[in-house]
Write a new protein. Structure first.
Length: 381
């Protein structure tokens, strides 16, 4: 009997190892992919007690992807390598872009924000109240956050936008034990694709279901507004000029861009719809003048306080019929208490409001009782 004992123990050991491997494999294979409707830059996977997020488009033209693990309370870490690990619940976070602020407002999580670079840019009433109460630390007024201040603050996580310079601090923050997660919402070109990134933030806050509900409300509002254009005569859509001159180059949205798509959804005949690209088309003034001299509307004319100041700043603007007729609209109607434009903060999350504004401008009969939210017509003085 004693002679068979070592073999029995060996058998049990092998069986145990095989069982563990089988169990681990089962955990790995039990990941459920959560579908996204519009966003292309990230993917969501749900496991047993944890989430995995893969950001495949952290910036324009990126070939590198990032993988994040979000552990629910009292859950064990699955196997695998991750660029950042977040343990829920979280109480203190740092954001670096104003476009992320509305996520907190809509998810009732504004009080979790403890740091932001250049807080004067924030327009949110909720967040400004926290700033006034000294509950949100200003992490620097330059183009990027102060990494030493971030590390000293020791947040549960920091969200980074690759539009800024904070991307260079990823390795430093990782070494210091600060989970740094990249938000690539600006790369999305479908208006609702940018808004869908609230699900990314929702998971990081332990509020995925709330984020999903918020997004679906925005989505429905956008789609309902878009349907209104079906009532308009597409053969008589007004022509729309967009963009401004900067150092003799006219910068206008490319036809595949976020801005151009909203104009199209709003029933606008965009003058530069043949200029392919998701970024800004760079055009010379003579070309723009030839194409857009008689355009019905000029939408997106930068931050001018009046049509007079606009004409004085660049006399060549005065040649366009839209300028002469006062059909110039800017996104400057709402500003925060410290001067930040709400359009640049809330616009990504509320494309439905932008769409309704544009429909009201281009087809006012379709929204007779609606009042412009972001946009305003530039007046003479």
């Amino acid at each position: 009997m004693e002679k068979t004992k070592p073999f029995t123990l060996l058998f049990l050991l092998i069986f145990s190892l095989l069982s563990c491997n089988s169990k681990d494999q089962k955990v790995e294979n039990s990941l459920e992919k959560i579908p996204l409707d519009y966003a292309k830059g990230f993917e969501i996977f749900k496991g047993n007690g944890y989430w995995e997020i893969e950001v495949s488009q952290p910036w324009t033209g990126a070939t590198q992807s990032f993988r994040y693990l979000i552990l629910e309370e009292k859950s064990e870490k699955p196997s695998g390598d991750f660029d950042a690990i977040v343990q829920l619940p979280v109480n203190e976070i740092i954001l670096t872009s104003t476009t992320q602020i509305p996520h907190l407002d809509m998810l009732n999580a504004s009080e979790k924000l403890i740091g932001f670079p250049n807080t004067d840019l924030i327009s949110s009433v909720k967040t400004r109240a926290l700033i006034d109460q000294k509950k949100v630390k200003d992490l620097g007024s330059g183009p990027s956050s102060n990494p030493e201040m971030i590390i000293d603050t020791a947040p549960d996580w920091i969200m980074i936008s690759t539009l800024g310079d904070d991307i260079r601090y990823l390795d430093l923050l990782k070494t210091a034990g600060v989970p740094a997660l990249i938000n690539g919402e600006y790369v999305e070109q479908h208006p609702l694709g940018r808004a869908e990134w609230i699900k990314f933030t929702g998971i990081l806050l332990g509020k995925y279901e709330e984020a999903k509900e918020v997004f679906e409300e925005v989505e429905q509002s956008y789609l309902d507004a878009e349907k209104l254009i079906n009532k308009a005569d597409s053969t008589s859509f007004p022509t729309v000029l967009s963009g401004i001159l900067y150092q003799d180059i006219w910068y206008a949205p490319g036809s595949d861009s976020w801005g151009a798509k909203i104009l199209e959804n709003a029933g606008g005949n965009y003058i530069f719809k043949d200029q392919k690209g998701t970024g800004s088309a760079q055009l010379n003034y003579e070309y723009v003048l030839d194409r857009a001299l008689g355009a019905d509307f000029w939408i997106g004319s930068a931050d001018f306080p009046s049509i007079q100041k606009m004409g004085e700043s660049e006399p060549r603007y005065q040649a366009f019929e839209a300028w002469k007729n006062g059909k110039v609209y800017s996104y400057t109607q709402k500003r925060g208490a410290t001067g930040g434009l709400e359009y640049f903060e809330l616009g990504y999350m509320r494309p439905d409001l932008i769409l309704k504004d544009l429909i009201k401008i281009l087809h006012p009969e379709l929204l007779p009782d609606y009042e412009l939210y972001f946009y305003q017509q530039l007046h003479e003085k």
